[in-house]
Design a protein around this ligand. Structure first.
Ligand code: NAD
Ligand code: ZN
Length: 357
């Protein structure tokens, strides 16, 4: 058996107000007068956080549009823009949710790797380390701050640039930054973490490493989303750590049915990751009976609306496209259903599931 020898984030700072240390953290990473580039979620344009970014010399803030999840074309354009303007940069700092952090990781890699980011969608295809990169989440749940991937929609597939060069060099976990997230968005992204835990803990690839992180993250999610009506700072603190631990859990295991099915939705319909996972989770009690029951309780207690009927007007060709994307996620299915997953999750069975969504 070959064990995965995985690369982790190099530096982590955690705590309310730790964002204020950013200038100090970046200082030793500056290379001459090459600037630091801050990718900031467009939500923060004109907001107080933008004025707290420690700009020096030629540093630049780029507000990134995350209305749609990151595309390879968007990554390539940003990397080209920076190369044209500065030649080289000292680093890329992503401040935002999973989409902004993924953009920062991908553009960092494309500053040093030739061609298009679409050439590197897959496993261990990236050739050279990128420029210095740091991630600063403003939404908790995806685990993008700790993962070795950056999920991109390309010309032919939605797949990450998975590599040892992908994890951040630094993350700044400051729960204060998640304070203003709208309740629905916070729930959808928070449920991404909850679903990571269920899929990891209930999967065939589970081991003590993944279990230790997964159980803790699950317990934090339960503390946060069950039995509490008013959201407090403590919830933000806990959800940020749940996201981190949930991400660490899947680093050594794998996600499962909700993610495999939701990738199809997102490829065809552009459904965003968090809400897409929730739409699927609502209908997969067959695979995760306890997790789905608890998920539904969380939805009800937090007064969240989960869309229904999103596939009702699709054509057979469109269903086929989603089924192809979903069945392509082989490790996810194997983790969820075992080595014989292809006999269990047939095209007909998956079609019936998509029909229900
Ligand atoms: P997101 O980054 O797509 O942001 C969702 C919305 O929330 C956006 O409108 C954004 O402007 C807004 N927002 C962000 N922070 C806010 C704040 N503090 N206050 C108010 N609004 C705020 O959402 P997400 O769920 O964090 O990330 C989803 C993305 O992450 C997808 O692109 C998905 O593919 C990716 N992802 C990556 C990994 C990985 O390991 N790399 C894992 C899971 C998901
Ligand atoms: Zn996820």
């Amino acid at each position: 058996m070959q064990f995965r020898n995985f690369k982790m984030v190099s530096y982590v700072v955690y705590g309310r107000g730790s964002f204020n240390q950013l200038d100090e953290i970046l200082a030793p990473q500056r290379k001459g007068d090459a600037p630091m580039i801050f990718f900031v979620d467009h939500f923060f344009e004109g907001k107080a956080l933008s004025n707290r970014i420690p700009l020096r010399g030629k540093d630049k803030i780029i507000f990134v549009d995350v209305t749609y999840e990151p595309k390879t074309t968007q990554v390539d354009a940003l990397a080209q823009q920076l190369k044209a303007e500065f030649g080289t940069v000292s680093g890329i700092i992503g401040i935002g949710g999973g989409s902004t952090m993924d953009l920062a990781k991908a553009v960092s890699l494309m500053m040093t790797n030739p061609g298009s980011s679409a050439d590197y969608q897959g496993w261990d295809l990236v050739k050279f380390p990128g420029v210095y990169k740091a991630g600063i989440p403003t939404l908790s749940g995806t685990g993008a701050e700790v993962s070795r991937t950056t999920v991109l929609t390309g010309p032919t597939r939605k797949l990450g640039m998975n590599s040892d060069f992908t994890p951040f060099d630094q993350i700044v976990l400051d729960p204060e930054l998640t304070k203003d997230a709208p309740a629905n968005q916070r729930f959808y992204t928070g449920m991404d973490c909850y679903i990571h835990c269920i899929e990891s803990l209930e999967g065939n690839f589970i081991n003590e490493f993944s279990k230790s992180y997964g159980e803790k993250a699950l317990q934090l999610c339960q503390d946060i989303f069950l039995g509490n009506k008013t959201w407090t700072d403590e919830h933000d603190d806990k959800l940020m750590m749940a996201s981190y631990a949930g991400g660490m859990s899947i680093a050594y295991s794998q996600v499962g049915v909700a993610h495999a099915v939701s990738y199809g939705l997102s490829y065809l319909l552009g459904t965003k990751h968090g809400i897409g996972n929730c739409i699927v989770m609502n209908h997969i009690e067959e695979y995760y009976p306890k997790g789905v029951a608890e998920f539904k309780q969380m939805v009800a207690e937090n007064n969240i609306h989960i869309p229904e009927g999103i596939c009702k007007d699709l054509s057979d060709e469109q269903f086929d496209a989603m089924i192809n994307v979903s069945l392509g996620m082989k490790p996810l299915w194997e983790n969820a259903l075992g080595k014989n997953w292809e006999q269990i999750m047939t095209r007909q069975k998956l079609r019936a599931l998509y029909d229900k969504l």
